[in-house]
Design a protein around this ligand. Sequence first.
Ligand SMILES: C[S@@+](CC[C@H](N)C(=O)[O-])C[C@H]1O[C@@H](n2cnc3c(N)ncnc32)[C@H](O)[C@@H]1O
Length: 365
Amino acid sequence: MWCIWTSGRLSNAGSAHGQARARSEVSTRLMTPKIAVSARGGTISWGVAVKKLRDSHITETPYWTHDAVAAGKAQGSPISKLFGWVNGAVLARLGLQLVRRRTPKRIEQTSFALGDTISLRNQALSAFLSTYFKKYDIAFDSTAAEAWIQEFDAVLKRSPISDLNGGMGYNNGLISYVLCRTLAPEAVIESGVWRGFTTYLLDAGTPKTARILCYDINFDLLEFKSSKATYFEKDVLENSDVDHSDFDFALFDDHVSHYDRLLFADANKVKNLIMDDDVSVLQAHADGWPPVPSTSMVFDYEAIPHQFEWVINGSNARADIRDLDVTSIVQNYIRIPYPELFDFTGYHNTSVTSLVQRREGADGA
Ligand SMILES: C[S@@+](CC[C@H](N)C(=O)[O-])C[C@H]1O[C@@H](n2cnc3c(N)ncnc32)[C@H](O)[C@@H]1O
């Protein structure tokens, strides 16, 4: 059995390719192909009607339906067709493009599974996460995790953040939420708040009595404020008035050197750290402002080059991480990389994230 799967944007009537033809869209009902090979069980059916939406580069199927396509909305509005024509026939030659301004949404805000599929997914996901973290002695049972995952989806649906771009994505948000629920931290430090999405998750996932210290060097974009939180528009290291020593949880998503954050956490004996953007030497080029030396680099320090270079958006960047003293960090903490959840959620992890946990017995802790 075989099948050919073609995918295309539903509304790309404005693409240069589509417009170059400068024809009105014709939905053609054809009696072709003469032989349709079914994806189900290899049945061969003859003369299946196939509706082709030529300008959208898609062919309809009898196996599923799409409301926008059924309503004829896949062909694009006259305005988007006009934009497309201008882009394709005029501006493309000048290297320019008209782009519609709209708030870009993340895939998890616009596309998700429904109904029984979600229950199936949650069962599999909770079993997977429970087994994964058990290997690192973080024990929670999968029934509890299933309820937390459902809770996370409900929390996400109510999110007051207008745009999740630039923030922690679905998969890492979900894992962080599950960790919050199982570790139930009472004192939390967050550094790197942005619009407040991770604060929102921390607010929802921690006990009612928890307190959070939120640090960012610029709160201009802030959309969510937690009643559990105190806000500081400065670097955590600049806040010497506050004693950070009794904190059991921290989330660092500020793109500041993880090495410095780990030294800070170690000095204050912070127990659990979520380190976002934990890129390895091989991944540093994929992060706009990587927190070099990252946690991965600290824990892999002996095995990696201490001087390395990369190119980011056409600019050269180079790192020199010689002479770090990682001994205490590596002795006192264990690094637990977040697993990739694509197989369960259909979304890729949008960043590399790790949980760093203080070892039992470190400094008599
Ligand atoms: C990737 S965003 C944080 C996203 C947020 N955690 C979320 O998931 O929604 C990085 C944030 O770090 C902040 N930042 C940069 N340098 C910082 C520093 N030294 N201390 C605290 N925050 C900093 C930036 O202003 C920005 O808001």
